[in-house]
Design a protein around this ligand. Structure first.
Ligand code: AKG
Ligand code: FE2
Length: 314
């Protein structure tokens, strides 16, 4: 005891590479992605497309956003659960977050910005949009690789068109004690793929299949890529969707962002027949993601160990 090497996530390099489907480098990276996602459901991606100036602008934009009066922040509403403002009350006092639907579409970011700053805020709009675009490129590369890995090339375009992006921006206050406090409850993501980015304050922990918590320590140009329950279902359980949580210590404020690829309402998430055979019986009934999310936020959904299994397990 005491001499165990700390657990860490696999690191996969997406920097300085002009990755193109069919190139040898693409295939090597694809194999690493598949292995990491089978083993951990998560990896750290080194990705150099967010230059230091953009990193600075992103975290400045987040500070500015969360400093707005509560009344203003409450204008961030959405029909979909957990897509709008979530306040510091009552469950997790350190946490506050907001959601920007379709953050890769300039007009949508513009509309979000105008709601909060009726006089306009070009800096905020451009920063959020540019950042989302860059991250969506990484998301698309990774999802292409995943679909290829499982022999689903013919479904790639249809799959990529079946989702929208949500950018969630998060603020976690330091608890100001030596103790570690819960910043965000342990959960699995419900979407397809999540890409997380954070300021210099750590706190994210990802659970391994044998229930050990890995403390994630990303660098300035690394992004945490994670599988959500919808992709787990789409691939008939081939990839793991890991539990994760945020634990906070100290006095510093943690800011993080997550780009979530999410199945569109009305799109049925179901595993193609190619992934179903005697060895891999169908695990989940096809479902609508928005309806699944609504179930997740009911009492029964919150109580179940796996909302996905309870909702549509076979
Ligand atoms: O803040 C983080 O790093 C994690 C956030 C998260 O897990 C989520 O929003 O689903
Ligand atoms: Fe999450």
């Amino acid at each position: 005891m005491g001499s165990e090497t700390p657990l860490h996530l696999p690191v996969i390099d997406f920097s300085n590479k002009n990755l193109k489907p069919g190139d040898p480098q693409w295939d090597l990276t694809k194999a690493d992605v598949q292995k990491a996602l089978q083993d951990y459901g998560c990896f750290e991606a080194s990705f150099d497309k967010v230059p230091i100036e953009l990193r600075k602008s992103i975290f400045k934009a987040l500070e500015e956003l969360f400093e707005l009066p509560l009344q203003t922040k409450l204008r961030n509403i959405s029909k979909k659960p957990f897509h709008g403002y979530v306040g510091q009350y009552p469950v997790v006092p350190l946490y506050e977050s907001m959601g920007i639907d379709d953050s890769d579409v300039l007009e949508k970011v513009e509309a979000f910005t105008e709601k909060l700053w009726p006089q306009g805020n070009n800096n905020f709009r451009t920063t959020i949009h540019t950042f989302s675009k860059k991250l969506s490129e990484l998301d698309i590369t990774i999802r292409r690789m995943i679909m290829e890995s499982f022999g689903l090339v013919k479904y790639i375009d249809e799959h990529l068109q079946s989702t929208n992006y949500l950018l969630r921006v998060m603020k976690y206050e330091g608890p100001d004690t030596e103790e570690t406090k819960l910043g965000l409850n342990a959960h699995t993501d419900k979407n397809i793929v999540t890409i997380l980015y954070q300021n210099h304050v750590e706190g994210l922990e990802v659970q391994t299949k044998d229930k050990k918590w890995i403390k994630v320590k990303p660098s300035q140009d690394s992004f945490i890529v994670m599988i959500g329950d919808s992709l787990h279902a789409l691939l008939n359980g081939r990839l793991h969707s890991p539990y994760h949580r945020v634990m906070m210590t100290g006095t510093e404020t943690r800011y993080s962002l997550g780009l979530f690829s999410i199945p569109k309402a009305g799109h049925v998430v179901g595993s193609p027949d190619e992934l179903v055979d005697e060895e891999h019986p169908r695990l989940f009934k096809p479902f609508d993601h928005v309806e699944f999310l609504q179930f997740y936020y009911t009492e029964a959904g919150q109580r179940s160990q796996s909302a996905l299994k309870t909702y549509c397990g076979m």
